[in-house]
Design a protein around this ligand. Sequence first.
Ligand code: SF4
Length: 222
Amino acid sequence: MARLAAKKTQAPPLKGRVRKIIEKLERVHPDAKLDLNFTTPLELLVALILAAQARDDLVNQITPALFVKYRTAEDYAAAPLEQLEKDVRRINFYRNKSRLIKNCCQELVRSFHGEVPSKLEELLTLPGVGRKTGNIVLGNAFGRQAIGVDTHVMRLSQRLGFTRNTNPDKIEFDLIAIVPEKQRVRFCHLLQYHGRRVCFAKKPRCPECTIRNLCPYPDKTK
Ligand code: SF4
């Protein structure tokens, strides 16, 4: 019995390292959050489609007017495509993104009474929505503990030795196995901020990195 109890309390090394990294990153990035502005699941979904390969701050510049003009999925679904293109033309790939938003909202109207569904398998049936977007919507608009593998989460998870995979879907499952369930969304926000502020893709700031002693590459930049 005693042996069993001891086994239960002993965290596997990787899980233990993840916990310590979360703890340390929480101290240096207490302000970590999703940087896209939104107030409803629909607004987040639209913002995420616009944010593909674009800066969040640019998306945040155009969404206030967009969200006032288009309040429901029906509004986007009924809008002439040329008008929607005009309304988001400051963002890259605006033609393609406008079409995705319109198609996605038409599907929301057709299959979900105009509401953004709160199940991943349903979100994945929407045009323009993959696991990353679906999980970010679930995690940030519905309060679910989901892991959305964006570019920072992927890069830092590989660098920190949390995964050997390069496919984001496989990385998501690797992370689910080691990140405490209650901290999955927080974990993503912390990795995103650490990736933006310290652990850059080129020339990471290793000497001043707070998780240096927990990283397999503490001397990536001397
Ligand atoms: S020690 Fe360097 S490579 Fe490791 S997480 Fe910190 S900045 Fe990134």
